[in-house]
Structure formats: C-alpha cells, structure tokens
Design a protein around this ligand. Structure first.
Ligand SMILES: [Fe+2]
Ligand SMILES: [Fe+2]
Length: 382
C-alpha cells in the first residue's frame, strides 16, 4: 500500500508544477503580440489555476503545507522558459502538464482517492491522455523545494501589442457620439477588449510574476482573474468581428497599465486595479449595457451584463487581500484613500452606486453608505 508521505509529496509536486506553469504562461501572455494568443494563454492559465486550487485543497486536507516540485519537471520548465517563443512555450507546457496529470491519474488506489480525482480532473482538463505504461515511474526522493531561483519571464514595462496597431495617447472620444453608428459601437467594443479586458488580464499576470512571495491562494485568485478577463476579451473580440469590425483601424492605450504602475507594493496595486478601477466599473457597467440596449444592440448589452458577475469576484479578491495584507480595517482604508488621491480617482465615480453589486464585491454596508453619501453631496459639474 502506498505510504502517506509519498501521497503528500506527489500532490505537493503536482501543485508546484501547476503554479510554476502558471508563472511561465503569465510571461507568455505579456510577450505574445496577437490578442488571440494572449487570450488562449490566459484561458490556459485559468485552467491551470483551477486544477491547482483543487490540488492545494487536497494538500491542506493532508495537512501538508510545503510546495515541492519534481526536479525533472522543474528542469523541463526551465528549458521551456529559456528556449521557446511564447506560443510554443504554451503548447510545450500543456504537454508536460498533461503527461504528468495522466501519469498520476493512472495510479488507481482507493486509499488516496481524493488525490486521484484531482489528477483525473487535471488529465481531462488538459485534454490529452497517455497510457500508464508509457509514463516514467515517479521517484519520491526526486523532489526539489520551490526555491524562488527558477527561471521566470522578466516583466516588461509594457506588454506586446499587435504589429501595426497604433497607440492612442489622446482622451477617448465620447462614448455617446460613437454609440450612434455600428462602426462607432465596434470601436467601443474593441477598446473594451484591448484597453480593459486584455490589460486587466496582463496586470494580473504581472502580479503573479512580480510578487512571487505572495500567498499561493492570492496567486490562484490572480490566475482565476487572468482566465475571466481572457474570456471577456475573447467574447468582445468575437462580437467585434461579428459586427464587421476591422482591427487594422483600431488603436489602443496603456491607461490601465500606467495607472497600475502608479502603485508600488502589492496592496497598492490591488487597490488600483481591483478596488478603484474595477470597483468603480461595477457602477458603470450597467449604464454601458443599457446604452447598447438603447442603441438596439441587445446581444452586446447581454454580453456586458454577463461580465458583471465575474467583475464582482475580482473586486472581492482585491478587498479580501488588501484587508489581509493591511491586517486591519483602518489599514485597508488608508491604502484605498492613499491610492484614490495619488491617481485622482474618486470613490465612487460618477455613475450611481450599484449597491447590490458593491455588496457582492466585498464592500461593507458602512463603506457603501459613505459612497452613497459622497455622491449625494457632490457638486454637479459638467
Ligand atoms: Fe473583465
Ligand atoms: Fe475584471
């Protein structure tokens, strides 16, 4: 019968492999230029993160807190990091993770059934199955601690963008005027795809890469958000193409990334992206959906409504982790206020506070009352 120590080492090595793969794929998101490559890398990060969260839960059940990684897998990942182009790296990582998931899933032992479930879900999620006979034997002693010395992608100041697409530095043209034509609505959808969703996915990928010492569960929340934003980008891009949008006519900004870079430590950056930008967007997204509905485009309107549910979770991630990192409600408030002043972003913004959505996103009743009050007392300016 298998020993408990083998089972814990194996599940820990598997978690380590998934987390390390998440890091490498986050690098691929930043270095891929084409939106479709970024999106597929983002979706893969989400799947890795989802299975990693199950594996981590199993580690906790076995009360094993040490993250390990099998040395042969660590070396393979280092080779991938050193040698390959971002899109090739994704498929190389996919085959590696698949083969290790399938190899572990083939060990059918009742005593460790919950772990088996995790490996089986991994093997199915990453699609390819290999027969147990082909799999190399697992050697329990061949593990190396997750040291922090592994190769990871350097974080670029600005992520890659499609060749030929121009950057825009002026202020975005008023949405109302663009809402009147199909071409205008297409450009709004494209702006949201590249300037909001893709940038949000990249900011989370950069968070994973820059704050390696952050709690594992925070990284997994970021991997989840990378996935959600990549799916939003995919849907927006699909809708843009359906409406006949031409990508050669589109432009982009790095506004989201520039704002995020105005934060320094991890909690400040979470405050900028998850709480200020995405938190305030919770109040605005219904008006955007309503504007598309009013223009007769109900399909796009429904798409934006669907995004809201994921966005609430992202703001909740920010609120939860800032509170945890700040260790007190006063510390949390201090960080939020500091970043609000530094960026010149008021809380709330101008659209009416969406109380149920703010509540779902982890703001306290007291905070929400203050927001509603602030909006009521604000002088009307146009
Ligand atoms: Fe999004
Ligand atoms: Fe989001």
């Amino acid at each position: 019968m298998r020993q408990l120590s083998d089972a814990t080492i194996r599940i820990s090595s598997y978690t380590g492999l998934l987390v390390r793969s998440i890091e490498l794929c986050c690098g691929a998101i930043l270095y891929s230029a084409e939106l479709k490559d970024k999106i597929s890398a983002g979706i893969f990060v989400g799947k890795l993160g989802y299975v990693a969260s199950l594996a981590y839960k199993r580690m906790e059940e076995l009360r094993f807190g040490q993250l390990l990684i099998e040395s042969s897998a660590a070396e393979a990942l280092d080779r991938i990091a050193r040698d390959l182009h971002p899109t090739e790296a994704i498929s190389a990582i996919q085959s590696l993770v698949t083969s290790i998931s399938a190899r572990n899933a083939s060990r059918d032992e009742i005593i460790d059934q919950p772990s088996q479930m995790v490996y089986e879900i991994g093997a199915t999620t990453f699609h390819i199955r290999s027969s147990p006979d082909q799999a190399p034997a697992f050697e329990a002693d061949k593990t190396t601690p997750y040291t922090g010395n592994e190769l990871i992608a350097a974080v670029p100041v600005f992520p890659a963008r499609p060749r030929g697409m121009a950057i825009r530095t002026d202020r975005p043209i008023n949405f109302d005027a663009r809402m009147k034509t199909v071409e205008g609505r297409c450009s709004i959808i494209h702006d949201i795809c590249i300037d909001v969703e893709i940038c949000a996915s990249e900011v989370c990928a950069m968070t994973v890469l820059l704050y390696r010492k952050a709690p594992l569960l925070l990284k997994l929340d970021m991997a989840r958000q990378v996935w959600d934003e990549a799916r939003h980008a995919e849907l927006a891009l699909e809708r843009f193409e359906q409406l006949g949008g031409e990508s050669s006519k589109q432009t982009y900004t790095f506004g989201v990334i520039q704002r995020w870079r105005m934060g320094g430590e991890l909690s400040e950056r979470l405050a900028v992206q998850q709480v200020l930008s995405e938190g305030n967007a919770l109040d605005g997204v219904t008006s955007l959906a309503a504007a598309f509905a009013a223009a007769g485009d109900h399909e796009t309107s429904r798409m934006f409504e669907f995004f809201t549910a994921d966005e609430e979770a992202h703001v909740r991630f920010g609120n939860r982790w800032i509170r945890q990192l700040a260790r007190s409600e006063a510390g949390y408030n201090e960080i939020i206020q500091r970043m609000s002043r530094r960026l010149g972003i008021p809380i709330p913004g101008f659209p009416t506070v969406n109380v149920p959505s703010r509540r779902n996103a982890g703001f306290t009743d007291h905070q929400i009352e203050l927001m509603v009050e602030a909006q009521r007392n604000r002088p009307i300016t146009h």
